[in-house]
Each structure stands twice: as C-alpha cells, then as structure tokens.
Design a protein around this ligand. Sequence first.
Ligand SMILES: Nc1ncnc2c1ncn2[C@@H]1O[C@H](COP(=O)(O)OP(=O)(O)OP(=O)(O)O)[C@@H](O)[C@H]1O
Length: 239
Amino acid sequence: MVVNEQNSMVVINKLKFTYPGIDGHPPPGSVPLIEDFSLTLDAGDRCLLVGSNGAGKTTILKILGGKHMVEPEMVRVLGRSAFHDTSLTSSGDLAYLGGEWRREVAFAGFDVAIQMDISAEQMLFGVSGVNPQRRAELIKVLDIDLSWRMHKVSDGQRRRVQIGMGLIKEIKVLLLDEITVDLDVLARADLLTFLKKECEERGATIIYATHIFDGLENWPSHIVYVAHGSLQLALTMNE
Ligand SMILES: Nc1ncnc2c1ncn2[C@@H]1O[C@H](COP(=O)(O)OP(=O)(O)OP(=O)(O)O)[C@@H](O)[C@H]1O
C-alpha cells in the first residue's frame, strides 16, 4: 500500500502458512490455510482486517506477532522477522493484544502477575520505564478506578485494565484481535479515538481485526477483507 517497502512498518510478502500437525509439520497433502497473502503498511496506517469466522484473521495477526514460525522473508515488522527477532516484542515495539487473555485473568506481560488479589493501581504502576503522562491518559481514556481489585471486577472492568496494561508502552506496531467486545459504547469510542491518535501523532501502525463496525466509519486508513486465508480486497480510505 506504499511505494517504498524499505521504510514500511509491516511487510507481508506472499505469506503461506499451514498449522502444524502433532509431529510439528504440516500434515501431508494439507492445503495451506494462508496462501499468497501480501500487504504493506506504513507508519500511521490503521488497517481494519475483516472477514468471516475462520477466514484466517487471528492466524495472520498471530504470525505478525511472532507467535507462529514462517519464513523470515514472508513477514517483516520494522524490517525484522517477527518470529525470529524476539527483541521486537520484548522491547515493546510490537504487541499483539488478543481475545485469549480476556478469559484467562491474565495479561502476563511485563512481569506483572495478576492471578491474585491485586489492584488496578498495583498493575498499572508496577510496570517500569513507562511515560507517566501516557499512563495517566490511559487511566482516563479507559476510565479505570485504581482501587479495583482484579479478582472482583466485572469482565468489562478487567478488560479495561488489561487493555491499559497492553497499551502502556509506546508500541510501534500494534495488533488488535477484537479487544473491544466487553467494553461499553463510550469506552469503546474513547479507546478508538486514543488509538487513532497513536497513529496520527506517534506514527504507530495498527492492524485491528473486528466484526464490530459501530463507530469505525472514520477510523481506518485501510480496510483489508480476508476470505479463505487470502486477501480478497484492499481499500485505502480517503481522509
Ligand atoms: N491452532 C490451530 N490448529 C489448527 N487449525 C487452527 C488453529 N487455530 C485456528 N485454526 C483454523 O484456522 C482457520 C482460521 O482461524 P482464525 O482463528 O485465524 O480465523 P478468524 O478469521 O480469526 O476467525 P474469527 O472471526 O472466528 O475469530 C479456522 O478454520 C480454524 O479452524
């Protein structure tokens, strides 16, 4: 979607992927789940990834997040291989926030354990190297009450703290896998505004997989439609 791939934040180049069988290899004769998928995104891009259940959105985000191994040249994030260069995620430059940590009490990043009676304050202030202004903004945007105890809060309240934890570092490439399901309408709108600002002001790149389109009319710079593991349609939105 941009001309110069060298400076691009995310480059997916003819991505092909099959989930491995029990021996760690793709079952013989299996058809790749993702096939010939290419996409390039630049700083500031906000890409909506849409498609039906099972289309492959989560798989693509997880590959980008370095959670599945593919050939290094197929997926480059900040010019590096997401799977092989673990410093991408450990530095906080790249983050995948997905649905799976919604049900497990836990976002276990940044060495903060939360499967216990712990307050939102202890969590959010327990992360080192954080810009205090950013933390304060996130607490405001997500309307987090610092006295919340994580074992007693509602799903939506826990979700807010988890999103706050997930966004607390100044991430350069952010992969969001339907993170707003538990949020009420206002919290979702505020979060989307915050995320858009991240792209416009800091040049972050966000890929957001979702089925919920409410309030997204003016949000994306790109929309990518996936079906059967292939890119079917890519739209660049006019500002
Ligand atoms: N760990 C796994 N092992 C084998 N197959 C898997 C695995 N995870 C997902 N799949 C298969 O890959 C396909 C794509 O799944 P994926 O979760 O990427 O879809 P999705 O587009 O995110 O769907 P949804 O909108 O329901 O979240 C599905 O057919 C699914 O059964």
